[in-house]
Design a protein around this ligand. Structure first.
Ligand SMILES: C=C(O[C@H]1C=CC=C(C(=O)O)[C@@H]1O)C(=O)O
Length: 463
């Protein structure tokens, strides 16, 4: 095991500074060391005291998490967003001075971020704190990979910096980040709830059905927002902790920007890359969970056989298959889905695997797949136009890819559903569902109600 002690960090900093030579601009230095086991949520909670923006990612199935604190570099883009992030990231990897003998997923140079669902939709004030695309390289990153824990320190150094002083500043922050106890806070109470009138939303569903018939479309996904006001400020780390307890089979994420934090527990992986190995997921088609095991199994069997849900699911499978085939070899997709149980609902689920062809990256795949028909529709352009013009909602980052990637060719992105934008003592929750020609507006409304519940319950509401 390679241990990096304070003295060695100092030496590494000295080496990085020496290697700068006469370089006038600052040099980004990234140093990774193994650390003692630390609860990722506790690390996130401790970082609140530092007045630095935080981000959080956990894959509950994989015992994997990445928590970022502070922001040493950020990539923001509006136009040509995928090309821009890809080029900037590549350049950054070439420029950074890295010490990371572990090369474990999510260590070393790591960036975390997300983007708008629809860059063409005019923004409202709701998402003011969030750029249309933003990826950050945090100053401090805690990575948990099974039972291994790492801390990566990313710091900009100048040729006149002194390693001892830099080390002192780092150690002061580290002491604050590695705390042992978090105070338990009471949940705030919901004092006000606002949302689009149910009839108005159901009318939009009806219009979507007409559009599907008139334009010979297959599917349009429509969402709605629930705005909550609380008796006091919401503690995001408490929300994360509750989501981890309650939502298995999910990606728990949080992206903090100024006074806003976009948080969620999504079951929907968009793409994971481990070197050349690629995994994606088709997730669409929904039913509630049963109260007893018997009822649960009956509902699961109905979901599996239901033609409407199977069709909704198959649109996603066909599109992902087509998209992945462009960038991968050895693509494998089972012929039939399985039922994927979550706490409040169950979905139809089909896994996809492949091997990334040379010359392509995770960004090519994200650009190709987003939005899948699980969030947009079929055909993509027509459904996006309908959503843009008819959905009375600013989706912002909801329904779009959020995730992380590192310079060792690991990365994972999920679709940001089952999510909420928390803004001090207020929050907007989002939930949507796929509308097809046989959809019943009443049932679709009920489905969105259930899809609110993962976030609503951890925010003190009743499902
Ligand atoms: C749009 C959402 O879910 C999507 C993902 C899985 C199943 C879905 C469905 O059955 O409609 C949706 O396409 C949401 O939760 O807000």
């Amino acid at each position: 095991m390679i241990e990096v002690q304070g003295q060695q960090v100092e030496e590494l900093l000295r080496e990085a500074i020496n290697q700068m030579g006469l370089k006038q601009s600052a040099q980004l230095v990234s140093i990774t060391k193994r650390v003692e086991a630390q609860d990722p949520v506790l690390f996130f909670a401790s970082a609140a005291k530092l007045n630095k923006e935080r981000c959080f990612w956990m894959s509950t199935k994989d015992a994997f998490s990445v928590v970022g604190v502070g922001n040493v570099f950020e990539i923001n883009a509006n136009e040509d967003r995928f090309q821009y992030i890809e080029e900037t990231w590549k350049k950054l990897i070439d420029d950074v001075w890295v010490y990371n003998p572990f090369k474990a997923p999510g260590t070393g140079l790591v960036t975390l971020g997300g983007l708008d669902f629809d860059p063409k939709k005019p923004r409202t004030d709701l998402w003011n704190d969030f750029p249309r695309l933003q990826f950050k390289i945090p100053e401090y990153i805690l990575t948990k990979n099974n039972s291994d824990f790492y801390l990566t320190i990313n710091i900009k150094v100048c040729k006149d910096d002194h390693p001892i002083q830099l080390l002192k500043a780092i150690e002061t922050v580290e002491t604050k980040l590695f705390q042992t106890a978090k105070e338990q806070l009471d949940l705030p109470k919901i004092i006000h709830k606002k949302m689009i009138a149910p009839e108005q939303w159901k009318n939009t569903v009806q219009r979507a059905k007409q559009e599907i018939q008139q334009k010979q479309m297959d599917k349009i996904v429509l969402a709605r927002e629930m705005r909550l006001t609380f008796s006091k400020q919401v503690d995001v780390s408490q929300v994360l902790s509750d989501l981890i307890d309650k939502q298995s089979n999910s990606y728990i994420f949080a992206f903090e920007q100024s006074d806003s934090c976009f948080v969620g527990a999504t079951p929907e992986r968009l793409v994971r890359v481990e070197n050349k190995k690629l995994l994606s997921t088709c997730l669409a088609g929904t039913a509630p969970r049963g109260a007893t095991e018997e009822e649960d199994q009956r509902i699961a069997a109905m979901l599996f056989q239901d033609p409407k849900n199977r069709e909704e699911h198959d649109f996603v499978v066909q599109m992902i298959k087509q998209g992945i085939n462009k960038y991968c070899t050895d693509v494998q997709i089972p012929d039939t889905p399985v039922v994927y149980p979550l706490k409040n609902l169950q979905h139809l689920y089909t896994p996809v695997t492949g091997v990334l062809k040379d010359g392509y990256t995770i960004f090519n795949v994200i650009k190709e797949l987003h939005p899948t028909p699980a969030l947009g529709g079929v055909p993509r352009d027509l459904s996006m136009t309908f959503i843009r013009n008819n959905e009375q909602l600013d989706r912002g980052w909801y329904g779009a890819p959020v995730g992380w990637l590192d310079s060792n060719n690991y990365g994972e992105f999920a679709v940001a559903i089952r999510s909420a934008l928390i803004q001090e003592d207020e929050a907007s929750l989002f939930a949507g569902c796929g509308i097809v020609k046989d959809s019943d507006p009443e049932e679709e409304f009920a489905e969105t109600e259930i899809k609110f519940s993962p976030m609503l319950t951890v925010l003190g509401g009743q499902p």
